[in-house]
Design a protein around this ligand. Structure first.
Ligand code: FES
Ligand SMILES: [Fe+2]
Length: 410
């Protein structure tokens, strides 16, 4: 591990980032960089899960991010809410399981209890001056878009604006609102979250590292990144690149239609259908898939017959979780309509491969021989992601040193 005892400030590091190159070593390793990252990311919109995880009053599930945890719960009134999973008594986690159902929440420490809307219901032996109305669970921003549940740990996350429109169009085309979860898996990667996101945003590595994906997706080949025209004449779905707060103050969003290989209808081992079609109209079996993104750490992929959601969750400076959630049509039954092993095969092998290559990347980045390296022509997504990260973190921690950055401006 490099010695950072006399290393430059974060602002200096950000100001010295070289456009078109990977980041300085310290931004991938240092705890103060990680703490700043969490403050930045936690204020953005994050994918918490899917509406099918809480359909009835009292159903709840938790969603974690860095040091944060939220309870997403369906109230008696049918409204889905997000509440901070932090007890207003002395700070214990209130829900310690991943999901459950009940008429109220009870803190396991001293048994304060809360209604489903977060209001304090009962607290024993409190003084006369205690006002229960002041001690409910903190409400967090929540937004459902096409069945996807987004939350934020910031009091005032960016406006959704074009991001909501773009993701609603994508999810609507595949009716994800009425989908169900077929499977969830978590891949724990011993690497900084930025290396995980950089990897996700380029397919330069697909040829060398993802033989299965490369057979099925044209994205792995130069010049086959997306489809033209920008709007599909049959479905009306438009490609969108809205790059977020650094540009216009609204949350980041991306929708990109992408071709499958010749003769392939979905992301299966033989390119043949895996499950009942989710898409409507021309989206069904058209030899395409759609990549989507909202915010900085949530990504989605729609095939004609299933969806794949990615939640990227930083846990430590060198510890990141990738949770993968597979969606199928709401009425699809395992064993009858799809085989689970076949359904998850591609993104299970691909995610396992990504874990391996990202951890090797991190190992090299920790070395004293590491220097920021140049992006290729097949890494425009990663280059844009890194530039956006530098711009936004610079803004968040005090602004870029515009007069002090020489020729290496953002
Ligand atoms: S910390 Fe929750 S009741 Fe005391
Ligand atoms: Fe990959």
């Amino acid at each position: 591990m490099a010695d950072f005892a006399h290393s430059p400030s974060l602002i200096r590091l950000l100001a010295d980032c070289r456009p078109g190159y990977s980041l300085p070593q310290a931004l991938y390793l240092r705890d103060d960089a990680f703490a700043a990252d969490l403050r930045l990311l936690g204020g953005r919109w994050l994918l918490a899960g899917h509406v099918s995880q809480a359909t009835d009053a009292g159903d709840w599930f938790t969603a974690e991010f860095g040091a944060e945890s939220a309870i997403v719960v369906r109230g008696e009134d049918g409204v889905l809410r997000a509440l901070a999973n932090v007890c207003p008594h002395r700070g214990s986690r209130v829900c310690v399981d991943k999901a459950g159902s009940g008429a109220m929440f009870t803190c396991p420490y001293h048994a304060w209890s809360f209604r489903l809307d977060g209001a304090l219901r009962a607290a024993r032996e409190m003084p006369a001056s205690f006002d229960p109305a002041d001690h409910g669970l903190t409400a967090l921003p929540l937004k459902v878009i096409g069945g996807l549940v987004f939350i934020s740990f910031g009091a005032a996350p960016p406006a959704l604006g074009a991001a909501e429109t773009a993701i609603a169009a994508m999810t609507g085309l595949y009716d994800w609102e009425n989908a169900r979860i077929a499977h969830r898996a978590t891949y724990r990667v011993a690497a900084n979250w930025k290396l995980v996101m950089e990897n996700y945003h380029e397919c330069y590595h697909c040829g060398p590292s993802h033989p299965e994906f490369s057979v099925l997706h044209a994205l792995s080949r130069p010049g086959n990144r997306s489809l033209s025209p920008d709007t599909d004449p049959e479905t009306g779905l438009a490609d969108v690149e809205a790059w977020g707060p650094a540009a216009d103050g609204c949350e980041t969003a991306r929708v990109m239609r992408s071709p499958l290989s010749e003769g392939c209808l979905t992301g299966s081992r033989d390119g043949k259908p895996l499950a009942p079609p989710m898409g409507r109209g021309g989206a069904s079996w058209n030899g395409q898939c759609v990549f989507g993104e909202l915010g900085m750490t949530s990504a989605f992929l729609a095939y004609a017959d299933h969806g794949v959601l990615y939640r990227f969750i930083p846990r430590g400076a060198l510890d990141t979780e990738m949770e993968v959630i597979w969606l199928v049509r709401g009425d699809a039954v395992e064993g009858r309509d799809y085989d689970l092993a076949r359904l998850i095969w591609l993104w299970d092998v691909t995610s396992a491969e990504d874990k391996l290559i990202i951890e090797r990347n991190q190992a090299g980045v920790r070395s004293r021989a590491y220097r920021p390296g140049p992006f290729s022509l097949m890494e425009p997504g990663t280059q844009a992601y890194v530039a956006r990260y530098v711009a936004e973190l610079s803004g968040a921690i005090g602004g870029p040193l515009s007069e002090d950055r020489g020729t290496h401006g953002l």
